[in-house]
Write a protein that binds this ligand. Structure first.
Ligand SMILES: Nc1nc2c(c(=O)[nH]1)N[C@H]1C(S)=C(S)[C@@H](COP(=O)(O)OP(=O)(O)OC[C@H]3O[C@@H](n4cnc5c(=O)[nH]c(N)nc54)[C@H](O)[C@@H]3O)O[C@H]1N2
Ligand SMILES: Nc1nc2c(c(=O)[nH]1)N[C@H]1C(S)=C(S)[C@@H](COP(=O)(O)OP(=O)(O)OC[C@H]3O[C@@H](n4cnc5c(=O)[nH]c(N)nc54)[C@H](O)[C@@H]3O)O[C@H]1N2
Ligand code: SF4
Ligand SMILES: [Mo]
Length: 733
């Protein structure tokens, strides 16, 4: 019997907590938090600790599955890799020859963000095909943040983050870091850092329609769903009216301030009160406190990214930091610096685009080469030039995570070819022709990429594969490589990498006949801001060095003063009045007057629970244990009473596009008029525990109509959906 312990890190969410895996005769026997990890220091959440149940899940897909000819969704038979790869490659070749590479597309889901090799090679295949049909979870998550950075800084990969090491006032909008463990800022021990702000005499103010776990632990300002643009505009309006704008910071850092201040002028706290649901006095006091705080930071996440004005909101978050003199300074909002700078490198080479193309459906601007997932179904079903005919789904479940799941599920059935790489048969890939077994993060060598840039404590860690792949599972990049080879598509050097700087390209060439993601990762690491520059910088990063450091490498702490490096506008300053926002301001002004539709008087928002991970950890018996572990809608008691609903009742929630049934949980933690309901439930695929758990797919209430999708970043409207509540009697109808 041989037992080894391996230091690795969790790749379920952004903290990337350090883990120690114990392996006996090739089998995982335990997974625990790593006490020696410099950032997480012995912390791991219940999801990370329950991961062995995914690793060993009897429902996991361990062999290539092919849809039984003529079979129903989910009707699969096991086939060999050879058969699967040959058939996929042949069908891909035929499609490309007949309809062009632009008939092939891809959707990539959240776990791709933690998988550097999969990301690189999936991108390589799509680049080689030259297709515009790329869709990602970004349009349900963070693309509005990226587009805001493009407009403000000219730098789309930039994710500014709050300096949690010490600030006097942290304003949190639409994030619940005590549960989500923080997103857009890497801080595994986030609770400790927030508490330290208060212990040091500072404040943490949480703006949320729900008294979330974070709001409860700190100060709560309750807001109407989707009211953030109005609140932020009012805060800036008050600063201007009361002469509290930091003129020196504005002159030094920005252009367009006058236009911004003119735009916010009509949005006095009194004018926006019906939209925010916040007393004007509270808004004024908050504005004054932000101005008076020696250091203040403003931070927003998914609660501010999934509304009707998502991009504008993200712009205003940074604008508020800037006009109070808190952008790009310690204790304020800091600008990230990539470690494995493939996004930055691609952007410099003009490959990470915004609005370089418009989508066929809806005319949406591309965001880093992707279209909004909301239009994917229509792109499949609408005939004509550029129709989407083949789709690869990499680690995603858009039928549950994106809008109008039923519409998308039906559209997927019309594809000529659908191939998914996943750990499970999920609600999306049950419509595929092939589900190919992917490796878990324990079965994969990795280094983190985008996420590590946005942290007060930048740290990068390499992990070896802890386990051999289970069954016939294969790494995604190898699968893409094989499919491309068999289809006669060259991935020798990914097309976008081929446009990198000349020395990098020469080095890549020298790396040999078969470029692997690891040759690229090494090149990017070594030529990146902390790289060893091939020996020119002693102690710099290289893959070899990272492989030797069990707990990773701490990089110099984040600091202010990076703006000049980050901004790519020719004028060298932050643009507070980008032209693209003019129409948004008009929309915001006209929406001030819009009355609530009496047919849908309530608004639905999402929430995350500690023991769920989007749509795919409901099959873990440990995470699903407990009498109260079920899907519920949190409803204010007064709204429930009006609908004749009692605690524990089955209720029906209806929007203009869909209807769901779930269980009522009466609580005044949600404000009156708001229903909060977690996404990613309502399972009906290859999982025994999750299917049995019941619940509903809340995103059936979310609209795929072009006019309901935020235009600038293509954000799905998943928060603030107008709904009505009914007691459920009989079947859904
Ligand atoms: N209403 C509402 N909807 C939301 C949100 C919300 O707040 N409210 N949040 C949105 C956000 S932020 C996100 S990120 C999305 C998530 O949306 P998606 O990424 O579409 O969905 P996930 O539930 O994360 O599903 C991930 C899939 O990847 C598989 N998987 C896990 N690990 C691996 C791996 O290593 N390799 C491969 N090949 N597959 C793997 C899982 O089995 C699962 O099927 O949901 C979005 N939807
Ligand atoms: N346990 C757990 N952790 C996770 C995940 C998970 O599924 N489960 N998912 C991971 C992923 S993919 C991501 S992207 C991150 C997301 O990280 P967070 O953004 O912190 O995610 P949430 O916990 O959903 O917090 C969003 C908050 O926004 C509030 N909100 C909703 N609508 C509005 C609004 O209109 N305005 C304002 N101001 N607030 C609003 C909600 O009530 C909620 O408290 O979490 C990650 N961590
Ligand atoms: S918070 Fe939990 S799921 Fe996220 S990285 Fe840490 S252990 Fe993993
Ligand atoms: Mo996410």
């Amino acid at each position: 019997m041989t037992q080894t312990t391996v230091s690795t890190y969790c790749r379920l969410c952004e903290p990337l907590c350090g883990m120690v895996a114990t392996v006996e005769d090739g089998r995982l026997v335990s997974l625990r938090a790593d006490d020696e990890h410099p950032l997480s220091r012995g912390y791991a959440c219940p999801k990370g600790l329950a991961f062995p149940e995914v690793q060993h899940d009897p429902d996991r897909v361990l062999h290539p599955l092919r849809r039984v000819p003529g079979g129903a969704p989910g009707d699969f038979e096991q086939v060999s890799w050879e058969e699967a790869l040959d058939d996929i490659a042949a069908r891909l070749r035929t499609l490309v020859d007949t309809h062009g590479g632009g008939s092939v597309g891809q959707f990539f889901g959240n776990p791709v963000g933690f998988n550097i090799t999969g990301t690189l090679w999936a991108g390589a295949l799509m680049s080689a095909l030259g297709t515009g049909h790329q869709y990602s979870v970004g349009s349900q998550d963070i693309n509005s943040r990226y587009v805001a950075s493009k407009l403000l800084y000219g730098s789309i990969s930039q994710v500014p983050f709050p300096d949690l090491r010490g600030t006097d006032l942290l304003l949190v909008l639409g994030a619940n870091p005590l549960v989500s463990r923080a997103s857009g800022v890497r801080a595994p021990r986030v609770k400790e850092h927030l508490s330290a702000i208060v212990a040091g005499g500072g404040r943490v103010v949480v703006v949320d329609p729900r008294r979330s776990e974070t709001a409860r632990a700190f100060e709560h300002v309750s807001i109407e769903p989707d009211g953030d643009a109005y609140l932020l505009a009012s805060l800036i309006q008050v600063l201007d009216e009361e002469g509290l704008v930091d003129g020196e910071a504005v002159a030094r850092q920005a252009v367009g301030a006058e236009t911004l201040l003119a735009a916010v002028a009509p949005f006095t706290p009194e004018a926006t009160a019906t939209r925010t649901g916040i007393e004007p006095g509270v808004v004024r006091a908050l504005a004054r406190d932000l101005a008076a705080a020696p250091r203040a930071a403003v931070y927003g996440r998914t609660g501010t990214c999934l509304g009707q004005h998502a991009t504008l909101v993200s712009v205003l978050i940074d604008a508020l930091a800037l006009v109070t003199g808190n952008l790009d300074r310690e204790g304020g909002v800091l600008l990230g610096q990539a470690v494995v700078p493939f996004e930055e490198t691609a952007e410099r080479a003009g490959r990470l685009t915004y609005d370089a193309q418009r989508s066929r459906i809806g005319g949406f601007p591309d965001v880093m080469g992707t279209w909004p997932a909301a239009i994917m179904a229509d792109e499949i079903t609408t005939p004509g030039e550029g129709q989407l005919r083949a789709l690869f789904v990499l680690a995603g479940n858009p039928v549950l995570s994106s809008v109008d799941g039923p519409g998308l599920a039906a559209a997927l059935e019309q594809l000529d070819l659908m191939v998914a790489l996943d750990l499970y048969v999920n609600e999306t890939n049950r419509h595929a022709d092939y589900v190919l077994p992917a490796t878990t993060w324990l079965e994969r060598e990795d280094v983190p990429f985008a996420i590590v840039a946005s942290s007060p404590w930048p740290h990068v860690q390499h992990t070896p594969a802890v386990l051999e792949p289970a069954g016939e599972a294969r790494q995604e990049w190898e699968v893409f490589d094989e499919i491309a080879r068999r289809a006669g598509i060259s991935l020798f050097l990914p097309a976008w990498a081929a446009t990198l700087t000349r020395p990098l390209r020469a080095l890549a060439r020298r790396a040999g006949a078969r470029t692997t993601p690891w040759t690229l990762v090494d090149l990017l690491l070594r030529t990146g801001p902390h790289g060893d520059r091939f020996g020119l910088r002693r102690g710099g990063l290289s893959l070899k060095r990272l492989r030797a450091e069990r707990h990773g490498v701490m990089l110099p702490p984040a600091s202010g003063g990076r703006l000049a490096e980050v901004v790519r506008h020719p004028h060298g300053k932050v643009d507070l009045a980008p032209g693209q926002l003019a129409a948004e301001w008009d929309r915001l002004r006209s929406a001030l007057e819009v009355e609530t539709d009496p047919a849908y008087p309530l608004k639905m928002i999402g929430l995350r629970e500690m023991r769920s991970q989007n749509s795919w950890m409901h099959n873990s018996p440990t995470l699903m244990k407990g009498r109260n572990r079920r899907h519920t809608a949190r409803i204010h008691p007064d709204d429930a009473a009006e609908a004749g609903v009692a605690d524990g009742d089955l209720v029906r929630i209806r929007s203009a596009v869909g209807v769901i049934e779930t269980v009522a949980q009466l609580t005044d933690e949600v404000r009156r008029g708001t229903i909060a309901c977690p996404h990613g439930w309502g399972h009906d695929a290859g999982w025994s525990v999750a299917n049995a758990a019941g619940g509903a797919n809340t995103n059936e209430l979310a609209s795929a109509r072009v006019e309901d999708v935020e235009f600038l970043a293509g954000m799905a409207r998943l928060n603030g959906i107008p709904v009505r509540l009914e007691a459920a009697v009989g079947a859904v109808g």
